[in-house]
Design a protein around this ligand. Sequence first.
Ligand code: NAD
Length: 416
Amino acid sequence: MSRIKILNKIADLIEENLDELAKLESEDQGKPLLVSKSVDIPRSVLNFRHFANCLSYQSDHSIVDHEAGIINYVTRHPVGVVGIITPWNLPLYLLTFKLAPAIAFGNTVVAKPSELTSMTAFRLCQILNDAGLPKGVINMVFGYGSKVGEAIVKHPSIKLISFTGSTITGQKIAQQAAPLFKRLSLEMGGKNAAIVFDDVNLEKELIHIARSAYFNSGQICLASSRILVHESIYSEFVEKFIKISREFIIGDPFDKETKLGPLVSAQHRDKVLRYINLARNTDKVKMTYLEPNYLNKNGYFCGIAIVSDIEIDSPLMMEEIFGPVVCIVQFKDEQEAIEIANNTNYGLSATVWTQSLDRMHRVSHQIEAGTVWGNCWLVRNLNMPFGGIKQSGIGHESTEDSREFYTNKKTICIKI
Ligand code: NAD
């Protein structure tokens, strides 16, 4: 069977088993079932379909040098065995976002999902077999990062590492991979700003800004964890934001009304609560904490914290919390908004909310981030480069970027 057929078959089988996979994802990670069904699993299907389709449309550079009587062209070759290491927040989606291009471009893979959320990866193995993927092409290994992850990173036969996870783990991987000259793609943490100008259509956009903060209980690298608001609408914004936050019902992931499920683990919930306590105990900082209206001993539930009037270099503004904690600060003009947005070691994404197209372009060009969304969030076209700058990442993923990453190029130069 051709690679295109196998990739499409994998997509078909994920789609056929969508309900089961969505249930596993929600049980494992805690996200609302509606999110698993409408985002995580459909996007996993798309990953395989997309890279199946793009195999038919590859093109490369060639030069016919008539003076020298030479034709130059490029061939692409798989890198070999590649290592893939993924986090717990979007388990199947992020895993398949790497697996699909890796095998589309002819590599074999040793992949490790997060030890916290391995269920859909385990189920995927059966799907890969059923789709007719030859044995040994994808080798899923399960276990802790410090053992299994490190073994992948240090193995001399694994030529390339594609990693998504925290910046601290990314640093370790970069250190361990450097002596072996491995090719690296590191997609890491974020502390993303949403910049809200005074001409924003608040009635229309407030819900989208709130969604960008609370999606997956804030456990997404692209979450808007810092909201910068023009001083003329600051008080109104904070008041309305608190009000709309009450609509984000924290509950049982399997209840249709639930917008926020529990956090992934006790350890992670305790980390988020430490930041909430820091806000509570910091002078002059205002915090509204919306207690979870649902508790269950089987889930690590955490409320929503809306923090305002906070210093821009507070740890709450600088460090990735990865939970339902939003800091709202004010700015006086465009320049100050850009300075605050860039006042972080991270550079993953940002959103800009304004009705002025001029300002949208001007501000977007000055923000230090891999992606800037204007009046929208989380809209992804797999043909467009995705990746962070600063401590958010090295490398990009997209049709072309992934082809570049998962293949070696060779120039063939022949006398005509
Ligand atoms: P993590 O760094 O703790 O773990 C990620 C993966 O790395 C896991 O599979 C883990 O087992 C493995 N790992 C841990 N130590 C390792 C080591 N020494 N060597 C090799 N592998 C090791 O991250 P996490 O807590 O699972 O995920 C949350 C983080 O992921 C957040 O920082 C978030 O911003 C980031 N993230 C980034 C993106 C992005 O696209 N930039 C997307 C999703 C999540």
